[in-house]
Each structure stands twice: as structure tokens, then as C-alpha cells.
Design a protein around this ligand. Sequence first.
Ligand SMILES: *Cc1c(COP(=O)(O)O)cnc(C)c1O
Length: 375
Amino acid sequence: MTKTKIWLSSPHIGLGERGYVQHAFDTNWIAPLGPNVDFFEESIENYLGDGVHVAALSSGTAAIHLGLKLLGVGAGDEVICQSFTFSASANPIVYLGATPIFVDSEETTWNISPELLEEAIIDRMEKGKKPKAIIAVHLYGMPYQVNTVEEIASKYDIPVLEDSAEALGSEYKNNKCGSFGDLAILSFNGNKIITTSGGGALVSRNVNHKNKAVYLSTQARDEAPHYLHSSIGYNYRMSNVLAGIGRGQMEVLSDRVDARRANFTYYKRALSQLPEIEFLDEPTGFFSNRWLTCILTPSFEIREKIRLALLADEVESRPLWKPMHEQPVFKDTPSFLDGTSSSLFERGLCLPSGSNLEIEDLDRVISIILTTISK
Ligand SMILES: *Cc1c(COP(=O)(O)O)cnc(C)c1O
């Protein structure tokens, strides 16, 4: 008998999306502009609050690329980036001909370590290279130490690009993630908390940033009856069809956050009595969307035993992100490390966390883990 597969994080479509996509067809707005794009941007602006402006783009990666460009990053520059993240946080630094400088994580949030961040800034400045930007990431939905990172960034006058790809719906001191950095980015990839199948957004309190992002993402066309260009452009705008999915998804975002957080609570209740399993708690003032529920085991061997037992039962799980400083492609990159992210990678596992999982699915995952640990 084959069991149904349990996925790590699969798309979860609500009731409204089809109608908005149908509307794009009915009105022939099958284009990278149109009313769905405008309404989608507006709904994100209203949700994030704080007077932000949003440009809907083709991916979170594209948003980081344009964001770094707007912050003036160019060839030969250095950009500090949290090492413990997905490669898409760092790749756009290289697209621009700049060099990443990786910084390790701290244990209370698993995100960028403020101490090592400051150490990295001082070291690079002593070498005559002031970093052009800092990319900090709310990994798995847990906010980074927003205030401390902001204090360090403003002390040295370096802008922060807030990678909130995994953290739509998360909050820090009652403010929404995606509204903190000099610029922030969101992702609507298929595995994220809400999706447009593929998509992203750039967020800023500065309307000029939005206008510039829209301009650059639509091939940098200047005002003229013919095609006129004074800058190099990109084809990075979100399509009006996909924005229709996004409009529907924004209507169910808070349900999705509740469901992901309920998954975490359910797993934690069932598994935290095991001395072998640890969970990352929210520090005071931190609210995580719990995009993925992650567990920490005592060793690589135990983590692998659990992962393979789940796999044998058609359950998808995944080790935590392999830090960028350990990636072959970034092997010679300057890094400021204390071993935290390497240890998290070795011992940590992401459990199935979709908002569409049933209690039976969670129970199946839990029972495999309980059996594996007691063996
Ligand atoms: C998903 C993700 C991105 C990139 O988003 P895409 O929309 O897939 O390009 C960037 N950073 C982090 C941390 C992510 O998880």
C-alpha cells in the first residue's frame, strides 16, 4: 500500500484567487501591469502599514537584486550578508559584481549575530572597504534582532536590506516584518507562506524607491513615444495574472499564519518531552509566522536517522539551510564565524509545515519521530 506523500510546504489556495485570475482573463489584462497588480500592491501596503510603498516583482531574488541596485551597490563593493540563509539572499550581490561578506548567526533567533556584524564592519573598514549594505534575514519566519541590528547599521551609516522572504505575517515589537529595513523584500514563491506561484516584492517607506523599482523592472523606459533608455533595465515586473493569485492569498494570510503556528504548537506539545528534540522559542517581543517548524537534535547522526525514517514513509523533511560560507560556490568568501550556523545545519531538521496539513498528517510525522528516537 502506498501512503500519500506529505510535503514540506505546499501551496494552499483559498476561495478568491480563481475569481481574480478569471477577471484578468475577462478583461484581457494578461500583462505585466493591470488592476490586479495595483490592488495586490495596495493590499500589502495596507497590511504592512507604517506608510510603506510596494513594487510587485517577478521574484524575491529579483527584489533583492533591484534593492541592492537602489542602495547603490556596484562592481567592487562589499555587502554583508547573513550566512545562515537561502542562496537567493546572497546571489544578487554577485550579479552586481560585488563581494558578499558572510556573518554567522546568534542562538536566540538563529539570525545574524549583532556582535559578529559589528566585528565584520570594523574589520572591513580597517581594510579600507566600508560595506555598502547589510542583508539581514528573518529565517523560517523568526525575526532577527531588529533594534540591535538597526543600531549598529545606523552607528556606521550602512543601509539594511531586510530579507523578509520567509516572514510575511511575522512581527517584532508589534510591527510587521517587511517594514523595517531601509528596503525590504518579500517572496511569493510556491513554498512560502502565501504564493503567486512565483513572485516577490520590494518594500520601502520612500515612494521614490518604489517608482525607481517599477521603472527598472519594466526595462527602464523613459518618457517618449518611442523606446528611450537612459539606464539598463530589467524584465522583473509581476504579471497581472499572478497578482490575481496574490490578491486572493492576501485575504487568507492571517489564516495561513494561524495554521502554521498551530502546526508548531502541535509538534512541540508532542515532541518536546523528548530530551533529544529542541524547538526555537520566541523571545519576548518576537512573533514568528512559523513558516517552517524546525527541530534541533543532539547530533548529525540522530538528525539523519529521523530524516531517513520520514523519507522511507513518504514524508518530506529537510535539513536547515546549509550556511553560505560552507557552500562550494562561496568557498573563498570572507566570513565572520563562531560555529553557530554550522552546528544548526548539522543538527537541525525542518518538518512538514504546510498550512493545509491535517492533524492525521502531523500525527504520522510525530509517530515516526517517536519510534525512531526510542529505537
Ligand atoms: C525564497 C527566498 C528568497 C528568494 O525568493 P524567490 O521568490 O524564490 O526568488 C530569498 N531569501 C530567502 C531567505 C528565501 O527563503
